[in-house]
Design a protein around this ligand. Structure first.
Ligand code: ATP
Length: 236
C-alpha cells in the first residue's frame, strides 16, 4: 500500500476549479516531484494534502487514514508536514523559538533538544543565529529554518513547496543536498518545484501538472529525457 494515495481529487475556490480530478501516489521512502507552471494547481494540491483545503470530490488516503475524516490538527501529529511556499517562518520569534514551534504537539523535551542540535548540525548558519529574530534572516536562512522546523515535527511525509524560490544557485544546491539527505534517512518527500531539472535529478519519480490536471507521470529520468518536458520545463 502507498503511503499517500490521491484519487480523482478535485479542489475549487468557489467557482474556480484549481484541481480537476488528479490521481497520484507516493510510496514509503520515495522522493517524488510535482512540476508545472505558475497556476497549474500545485500549491492547491499540497494545501489539500495537509488539510488546509477541503476537496470538492475525490479522496486522499494517507498512511491508511481517510484524510476527509481527520481533524486538521491531526495531520502534523500523524507525520504530514508542509514547508510552505514563501517559508512562513514566524518573523518575530527567534530561530530557536521557530524550531520549537515545529514540536508544538510533543512533550519529549530531551528528544526535542537533541533534534534541535541535529538541525544545527545540518544548518550551522542557524546555530550561529539561534537567538536572532527569524524576520532578519536572509531568504536562504529562512528556507533552512522552515525545513528545520518541519524536521522538529518528525515527518513521515515531508511536503516542500518551491524550496528553491528566490534563492541564489549556491544556496539552492545546499538546500537540495539537505533535502536529499533527509530523504536518504527514510523520510518520504513530495517536492513541488519550478526548478524542474534540479527537482527531477534529485527525485525517483515525477508528475507534471498543467491547468489542474496531471498530464505526465514517470521515472524522473524518463521525464528528464522526454521532449515535451525538455521543451516546456527545461528550456531546451
Ligand atoms: P504557483 O507556482 O504560482 O504557486 P501553483 O501551481 O501552485 O502555482 P495554485 O497556487 O495551486 O497553482 O493555483 C491554481 C489556480 O487556483 C490558479 O488559477 C489560481 O489563480 C487559483 N487560486 C489559487 N489560490 C486561490 C484563492 N485563494 N482564491 C481563488 N483562486 C485561487
Amino acid at each position: 500500500m502507498s503511503l499517500l494515495e490521491v484519487k480523482n481529487l478535485e479542489v475549487a475556490y468557489g467557482g474556480i476549479q484549481a484541481v480537476k480530478g488528479i490521481n497520484f501516489h507516493i510510496d514509503q521512502g520515495e522522493m517524488v516531484t510535482l512540476i508545472g507552471a505558475n497556476g497549474a494547481g500545485k500549491t492547491t494540491t499540497l494545501k489539500t494534502l495537509v488539510g488546509m483545503l477541503k476537496p470538492k470530490s475525490g479522496s486522499v488516503t494517507y498512511d491508511g487514514h481517510d484524510c476527509s475524516k481527520l481533524p486538521v490538527y491531526d495531520f502534523v501529529k500523524k507525520g504530514l508536514s508542509l514547508v510552505p511556499e514563501g517559508r512562513g517562518v514566524f518573523s518575530r520569534l527567534t530561530v530557536e523559538e521557530n524550531l520549537r514551534m515545529g514540536s508544538f504537539y510533543r512533550n519529549d523535551e530531551a528528544e526535542i533538544n537533541k533534534e534541535i542540535d541535529y538541525v544545527y548540525t545540518l544548518f550551522p548558519r542557524l546555530k550561529e543565529r539561534y537567538k536572532q529574530l527569524a524576520g532578519t534572516l536572509s531568504g536562504g536562512e529562512q528556507q533552512m529554518l522552515a525545513i528545520g522546523r518541519a524536521i522538529l515535527s518528525r515527518p513521515k511525509l515531508l511536503l516542500l513547496d518551491e524550496p528553491s524560490m528566490g534563492l541564489a544557485p549556491i544556496i539552492v544546491q545546499q538546500i537540495f543536498d539537505i533535502i536529499k539527505m533527509i530523504s536518504s534517512q527514510g523520510v518520504t518527500v513530495l517536492l513541488v518545484e519550478q526548478n524542474a531539472k534540479l527537482a527531477l535529478e534529485a527525485s525517483n519519480r515525477g508528475y507534471v501538472m498543467e491547468s489542474g490536471k496531471i498530464t505526465m507521470a514517470g521515472d524522473s529520468r524518463e521525464l528528464l529525457d522526454s521532449d515535451a518536458v525538455k521543451k516546456a520545463y527545461l528550456g531546451e
